[in-house]
Write a new protein. Structure first.
Length: 169
């Protein structure tokens, strides 16, 4: 224990410079906020549906809500009901047990509705393609406006995919 304390005392302070306040994300953040208001004129409401994923994509989606990305501050919010949503963000391959729920959520979403398939499994079926318990990718059940590949896609790619869908509106 004392050896470790002595080593800490001898090592001094790190010489790393502090990160700059103006990084690429902060510049992009201003552009995104302006663009959402230009396209929609209000907040974008998203209903996220897990159609049978491994939850890797959900972890990246949750990262969008952290203070770094702060999508609430950009004018994007997640809602609990598809009746209040503008966009359905679907992760995972559509399993047999979730097919009816995904279709019901799509029908409950008011027009004009957007569908974004997030992650490799939602886009192509991923490692679950051909499984007896899977209907296939989201595009085999619903019309998909934007597909975001990746296993899992990073939060910035998710945000870019959501914005691409909004532009298509």
């Amino acid at each position: 224990m004392w050896q470790l304390i002595r080593q800490f005392a001898r090592s001094g302070h790190p010489d790393e410079p502090a990160p700059t306040a103006e990084d690429a994300w902060q510049h992009e953040e201003r552009e995104i906020r302006r663009e959402i208001l230009d396209v929609l004129g209000r907040a974008l409401c998203i209903r996220q549906i897990d159609a049978g994923s491994c939850n890797g994509c959900e972890l990246e989606i949750h990262a969008l809500n952290n203070p770094y990305y702060n999508i609430e501050g950009l004018g994007i919010k997640f809602v609990a009901s598809p009746r209040h949503a503008d966009l359905l963000l679907i992760t995972g391959p559509v399993t047999l047990n979730m097919k009816a729920a995904v279709l019901a959520a799509y029908e409950a979403t008011p027009a004009p509705k957007l569908v974004v398939a997030a992650g490799e499994c939602a886009c192509t079926g991923g490692i679950f393609a051909g499984s007896y318990a899977v209907c296939g990718p989201v595009s085999s059940i619903l019309p998909v406006d934007v597909a975001i590949p990746g296993c899992p896609p990073p939060p910035i790619d998710l945000l870019r995919g959501i914005l691409t869908a909004c532009r298509a509106r």
